[in-house]
Ligand binder design. Structure first.
Ligand code: PNS
Length: 183
């Protein structure tokens, strides 16, 4: 290992790539980014443009939502990528792929992905951050399912995403259906 010269890390700063489908972006994602900014100088939110996954929101819609959400966070860059993640990372000065880990059920998929990425590029590492307890049950998939059936997802995704989900599923924008214990 070549020893780093003093201050070398600070020349370009520590950059992490946070890749995902973000279909749509949730407070779980935002929580990871916020905490990652305590460790990294810059976080690149890299939205995968993979039509095969048949996303609910187009890549343009996902990019637009994320750009609005992070518009006041200068150390966050929102971008999209096609093809292999490692090829995208190689075009940046990042050495770390960041992923959130919710439960043991996430582990196998994440382990395979991180191992594959590492075998494709041995200079890259994947760093996992545990999702905060408030969001460990939140996934883009369940958010879409609940929203489609008219359930309330307020507090789990940013307000902008709540509105976009309602538009997508043609639900009344004012509708709030969150059932409390007393109902
Ligand atoms: O939010 P997701 O859907 O779990 O994110 C998965 C994502 C986009 C990070 C992953 O599918 C990916 O990196 N896709 C790009 C294609 C690629 O590099 N595949 C090889 C990794 S096994």
């Amino acid at each position: 290992m070549t020893p780093k010269k003093k201050g070398e890390d600070n020349i370009m700063g520590k950059v992490a790539i946070y890749p995902g489908s973000f279909d749509p972006i949730t407070y779980g994602h935002l929580d990871i980014v916020e905490r990652a900014l305590e460790i990294f100088d810059k976080v690149i939110v890299a939205i995968a443009d993979n039509a095969e996954k048949r996303p609910l929101f187009s890549i343009e819609e996902r990019l637009q939502m994320a750009k609005i959400i992070f518009k006041d966070t200068p150390n966050v860059i929102v971008d999209s990528f096609k093809g292999l993640l490692v090829d995208y990372v190689a075009k940046t000065n990042a050495k770390v792929i960041l992923r959130g880990l919710r439960a043991t059920s996430d582990f196998e998929y994440e382990f395979h992905m991180a191992s594959m990425n590492r075998s494709l590029n041995t200079h890259l590492d994947t760093l996992f951050m545990m999702t905060s307890k408030d969001y460990f049950f939140v996934s883009s998939r369940t958010i879409k399912e609940v929203a489609k059936l008219g359930g309330g997802v307020e507090g789990l995704v940013p307000d902008l995403v709540v509105r976009r989900l309602k538009e997508k599923f043609k639900l009344p924008v004012t509708k709030k259906k969150q059932i409390g214990w007393d109902d």
